[in-house]
Design a protein around this ligand. Structure first.
Ligand SMILES: [Zn+2]
Length: 286
């Protein structure tokens, strides 16, 4: 196979189109501009700019037809695409047909990739990339540059582009680069990062409790801040009342009293809730 014969994809043109908010579509998926000669199709694909999120799928995995069950109905020119991926494509194909097969091969590789990365060996390969921060870092300040993992919002091809999952804040983000933002999410799947953390639970970071508090001249003014302070006040009051109740009772009746205290507290909380909301709204500045 001679890759240099391949018509180079105009990547600048792609960036420009994406910049103009052209909706996500098949044409933009994992296209490359690299036309250097490489012996193996997979090496060429992985070396192409924009395909950095992909790992190398083991040849044994691709050659085991059981792993590819059902993909023949999802990919046009399936057998030629598979031949191209495994470097067995007939050299005598005309240029136009080769381009069509090329596009199918990229799609097929993506779909195989999604299956491979949730296998034991696939997870190991993606873990190495995660450790090297190949997928970037969380943009949220309070996540302190935690590395990200690719994830899909849908397993259906051509529906949603790939997103990046942060296991610290448990949220998803758009990739920074337009090349990465145009990769089909189905090439990674919805389950991948969660499967990785199932297999490597030691990688799950402690839950981030840091919360950004909006302030003006040092004062908390935001409605959410008011609510948090109100919740803290209620909690402290309840605790104080329970402790006072326990201290004032003989030890034998503590157990019986505690259940009625809980009911009493609920009633009191309901009636005080309204007053506290009013006074809380008045005294929102410390
Ligand atoms: Zn984060």
């Amino acid at each position: 196979m001679v890759s240099s014969k391949r018509k180079a994809f105009d990547s600048e043109d792609m960036d420009e189109r994406l910049g103009h908010q052209i909706p996500f579509n098949m044409e933009d998926c994992t296209s490359g501009s690299d036309s250097d000669y490489t012996k193996y199709w997979i090496d060429w694909f992985l070396g192409t700019k924009g395909n950095e999120y992909f790992c190398e799928v083991d040849e044994d995995y691709i050659l085991d037809r059981f792993n590819l069950t059902g993909l023949n109905t999802e990919v046009q020119y399936y057998s030629q695409a598979l031949d191209l991926i495994t470097d067995n494509l007939d050299e005598n194909l005309d240029e136009e047909m080769r381009d069509i097969v090329e596009k199918s091969a990229r799609h097929l590789y993506g779909l195989i990739h999604a299956r491979f990365i949730i296998t034991t060996h696939g997870l190991t390969k993606m873990l190495e990339k995660f450790k090297k921060c190949d997928f970037g870092r969380c943009p949220r300040v309070l996540c302190h540059n935690h590395p990200l993992l690719p994830v899909a919002l849908s397993d259906v091809p051509f529906s949603k582009s790939v997103k990046l999952f942060c296991c610290r804040c448990e949220d998803v983000y758009n990739p920074k680069s337009t090349r990465h933002a145009s990769i089909d999410g189905a090439y990674f799947g919805c389950s991948f990062p969660h499967m990785l953390f199932q297999v490597y639970p030691q990688l799950v970071p402690p839950k981030s409790t840091d919360r950004y508090v909006p302030r003006i001249f040092g004062f908390k003014l935001h409605d959410v801040a008011k609510l948090h302070r109100y919740q803290d006040m209620i909690r402290e009051e309840s605790h104080a009342r329970i402790m006072a109740g326990i201290e004032g009772l003989p030890s034998a009746s503590i157990a019986a009293a505690s259940s009625s205290t809980q009911q009493g507290l609920a009633k009191q909380k309901a009636s005080e809730g309204n007053n506290a909301t009013e006074s809380g709204a008045m005294a929102d500045v410390n």
